[in-house]
Design a protein around this ligand. Sequence first.
Ligand SMILES: Cc1cc2nc3c(=O)[nH]c(=O)nc-3n(C[C@H](O)[C@H](O)[C@H](O)COP(=O)(O)O)c2cc1C
Length: 418
Amino acid sequence: MSNKRILLIVTGGIAAYKSLELVRLLKRQGISVRAVMTQSATEFVTPLSMSVMTEDQVYGDMFDLKEEREIGHIQLSRQADLVVICPATANILAKMAAGISDDLATTILLATDKPVLAVPAMNVRMWNHPATQRNLAQLRADGIHIMAPDEGAMACGEFGPGRLPEPPAIAEQICAMLGHDFDTALTSGRSPTTLPSGASPTARPLSGKHILVTAGPTHEAIDPVRYIANRSSGRQGFAIAAAAADLGADVTLIAGPVHLATPRGVARIDVETALDMQAEVDKALPANAAIMVAAVADWRAAQAPEQKIKKDGGEIPALNLTENPDILASLAMHANRPKLLIGFAAETEKIVEHAQTKLAKKGCDWIVANDVSGDVMGGANNAFHIVTKDGVESWPESAKDVIARKLMEKVADALAKG
Ligand SMILES: Cc1cc2nc3c(=O)[nH]c(=O)nc-3n(C[C@H](O)[C@H](O)[C@H](O)COP(=O)(O)O)c2cc1C
């Protein structure tokens, strides 16, 4: 029997009712749960229901004399191995990012020295709002673990990322963070298909890891209507982000302009230019591993006028270029450098040779080289040469999602070895 304990903070979102199911699942795994509810949460779930599920008193009032005689807001998290906020509203994420402590939940979160897992759930517009994304980046930098929301139809009738992951997936994530074996047989009543597609319930070796992936091309403006682009479709990067999420990672996908659906369980940030991509990569740190798949333009127009350049029969305008930042090389030098840094090299000749040069020049750990002289860009298949300081591993041509899964399993192995 486990002696692991969690402190569950329930906030006021429409998905709050699922916290009752989460408590049931955790208790079946042998984990004891003590609950704190915000005032708004009590509009969605009664403290009585929560109290019945936890078989304990439910906490909510900071100024309850009985609780505070022993400085209850400090004691509550001291007695836990992990603090979980589920569901986590946009509001509590914002308060945490700002260090606000104006009720029992936020005061506990500011006072705790225990690991904290936030499981956000909200309307897709709230999730995509720059303020929420800014707050999430701040919380990650503060060491808070964020479980990526699911994507799909929402209670409000909209569609997109922001749905609470299913309780078995949350319970599994909590077990992984507690170092507690997750017994799927004990999640009965729920189908294991509620886990991200393709994930075997026991195969989530990237649980608790934050993986950063960049994908797609960048567009560099020449003027308001013209731009420099490349043929990257983003499909390989998106497949890698999906595979990382399937293996349990908290995935941030920074995507250039592509027309692809966001993989389930992945937090996506859309950008247009190399400069935007670099800024978002910086904000997404820290990460355990970064896989830089994007085909970032090496150059951009030195000046991009605000008005369209007119074809007026005169001289043909010269396109003056200036160099874009080298995102991979700057990440290798970053104070927050991910432990495992992987670059991609799209080559049309001397594939391995060029990749070996790139590995030495960029300061990353692996280069994944691929031959893009055929129809790889935009196609369904890819073949990888994994170039490391120890040698070269060549993988045969496979579907992009199959090779992505193989790569992420290799990443999981490397992170496990430390
Ligand atoms: C019907 C209804 C559903 C809501 N659902 C959500 C939600 O899913 N996610 C969210 O972030 N806020 C949601 N809100 C807004 C929060 O309840 C509101 O921001 C509240 O101040 C959150 O307080 P708390 O973070 O202290 O619990 C909802 C509000 C209503 C009335």
